[in-house]
Design a protein around this ligand. Structure first.
Ligand code: ZN
Length: 59
């Protein structure tokens, strides 16, 4: 199953048997639960970036 690496943003694999997300590009290997947590944090920080860019544009 495909996943997106939280580290390098490349395509990573979700290993259902091990319940782990593994990225062959950067060697990331994390538990799926941790992966979800990191994805959430990433989404939040992206939203923050978006918000501050929005504010700077004076819109
Ligand atoms: Zn990676």
């Amino acid at each position: 199953m495909d996943a997106r690496c939280v580290n390098c943003n490349m395509r990573a694999d979700f290993d259902i048997d091990k319940n782990k997300v593994i990225c062959k590009k950067c060697g990331l290997e994390i538990e799926y639960d941790d992966y979800i947590e990191q994805m959430k944090e990433k989404a939040v920080s992206l939203a923050d970036d978006f918000q501050s860019n929005w504010d700077k544009s004076g819109f």
